[in-house]
Ligand binder design. Structure first.
Ligand code: 5GP
Ligand code: ZN
Length: 114
């Protein structure tokens, strides 16, 4: 999608610190990390959020979760665990309307999630 920030990052039109890429998925460091480790995992195909995830193939959906696993298992600071968040819509404060999964970790997080 032409005017989408994360589509531009995927295409390399906006710089990012890439941590993973394959045919279906791109992952990069969040510009404003909320935990010591904070990476965003996005499908290369543009869909706005989990609310539109039916527009991805099962393979593309699985690729996102498998990328999360691969990133997490190769990152020593996540050996004690990590959290995945995907904000969806206004009430969840989603600010970029391209589906993404936050991987948060590298510290002990609060039990309360919101
Ligand atoms: P959301 O609020 O939609 O769940 O998450 C969007 C995330 O994208 C935020 O954590 C924000 O810091 C991150 N972000 C926004 N703009 C950029 C950018 O230009 N580059 C990178 N790497 N992350 C960004
Ligand atoms: Zn997009």
């Amino acid at each position: 999608m032409d005017n989408c920030l994360f589509c531009k990052i995927i295409k390399g039109e906006i710089p990012s610190t890439k941590v993973f890429e394959n045919d279906q998925v791109f992952a990069f460091k969040d510009i404003n990390p909320q935990t010591p480790f904070h990476v965003l995992v996005v499908p290369k195909k543009h869909v706005s959020s989990v609310a539109e995830i039916d527009q991805l193939s099962n393979d593309e959906i699985a690729a996102c979760l498998l990328a999360i696993r691969q990133i997490a298992t190769s990152e020593s600071s996540l050996s004690g665990g990590f959290r995945i968040i995907s904000n969806c819509g206004v009430d969840a404060c989603q600010s970029v309307p391209h589906l993404h999964f936050h991987i948060l970790g590298g510290t002990r997080m609060a039990e309360r999630m919101a």
